[in-house]
Design a protein around this ligand. Structure first.
Ligand code: GDP
Length: 335
């Protein structure tokens, strides 16, 4: 099987003030909770560990509270060393000055432990705001953080900003971009997707983490949000159908309901506008979802064949990644 060892998974830490929306993001993205239900979420103060089977590994921390960044404990050092990105969640509907101070303080500490960290800011809960206000808030936050980092002589630190909400696909888009930065093989994956698209006349192809519907790579044609939404909705459809009609799988370990998404899951949906959605499982975490014209789907065998080649190549890419993580290969940037 293709399961990656802990060390090889993209790992991130979600940080923010209490009530900024961190648990809601986790529930909606990784546990399929509907956004409205998050209104009744209890605030949890324990460090929450990701307990879903996903390609992505993450933890959530509240600040202040769980961690005192000025007490540079051993744990913090280890966690930051292993981490790929720090994702800061800011509640855009609230006064955010305190949150910005926390972010800068955190970057000052974290950058001492791990110079390779990437820093991401989710300007969150923007669903209630007008487009003008969104842009204004993003500009203001960007400017304040940049100024503060300059004061700390950290002007080399690069931060990326995303406008997010759990009520639409923006949170998935943002996560996708964050995760993609943590995948060193991204150019290889994109290349493989490009080859697949051109050989099979596919309009758009995404490689999705099935549990979270975050895409970890796509071909290099521009992402059209509607196509993305269709492809990601298809994952829900396939999972729902296979939960009802697929083979039953018990998961005794954690008692969780199983998605029944398994080896060789495969599905085709013909849309009314003569487009076709094609989903195919790549490994236990990942699925390929393609969007193509019906007239280019007349020889599904060709697509099946090209998919088999694609799948084999992906396996090889992750095999290299696994070996690197286990120290079986010398570390190298160009693998
Ligand atoms: P945490 O303490 O950072 O984990 O925050 P919670 O996840 O408990 O969220 C606090 C509140 O924010 C909840 O009532 C959520 O329903 C709400 N919330 C979270 N995300 C969003 C969002 O994208 N838009 C809106 N309008 N509310 C959100």
């Amino acid at each position: 099987e293709n399961s990656l060892p802990f060390e090889a998974k993209p790992r991130l830490l979600l940080l923010g003030l209490r009530r900024s929306g961190k648990s809601s993001i986790e529930r909606v993205v990784f546990h399929k909770m509907s956004p409205n239900e998050t209104l009744y979420l209890e605030s949890t103060s324990k460090i929450s560990k990701n307990d879903v089977i996903s390609f992505i590994d993450f933890q959530i921390w509240d600040f202040p509270g769980q961690i005192d960044f000025f007490d540079s404990s051993f744990d913090l050092e280890i966690i930051l060393e292993r981490c790929g990105s720090l994702v800061f969640v800011i509640d855009a509907q609230d006064d955010y000055l305190d949150a910005l101070n926390r972010i800068v303080d955190t970057v000052v500490i974290a950058s001492k432990f791990n110079i390779k960290l990437s820093y991401e800011v989710f300007i969150h809960k923007v669903d209630g705001l007008s487009d003008d206000l969104k842009i204004e808030i993003q500009r203001d936050i960007h400017q304040r953080i940049t100024e503060e980092l300059m004061h700390e002589n950290l002007e080399d630190i690069h931060m990326s900003f995303y406008l997010t909400s759990i009520y639409d696909h923006s949170i998935y888009e943002a996560f996708s971009k964050v995760i993609q930065k943590l995948i060193p093989q991204l150019p290889t994956l994109e290349n493989l997707l490009n080859i697949l698209c051109s050989n099979s006349n596919i309009e758009k192809a995404f490689l999705f983490d099935v549990m979270s519907k975050i895409y970890i790579a796509t071909d290099s044609s521009p992402v059209d949000i509607q196509t993305y939404e269709l492809c990601s909705d298809m994952i829900d459809v396939v999972i729902d159908i296979s939960c009802i009609y697929g083979p039953k799988q018990e998961n005794e370990e954690n008692g969780s309901e199983n998605t029944s998404y398994g080896t060789d899951t495969y599905s085709v949906i013909h849309l009314a506008n003569s487009m076709v959605l094609y989903l195919r499982e790549v490994n236990e975490h990942l699925a390929l979802v393609c969007f193509l014209r019906e007239e280019n789907f007349e020889k599904p065998g060709l697509l099946d064949y090209n998919f088999a080649c694609f799948k084999k190549a992906i396996e090889e890419v992750f095999e290299v990644r696994r070996r690197l993580a286990q120290g079986l290969l010398p570390d190298s940037d160009d693998v």
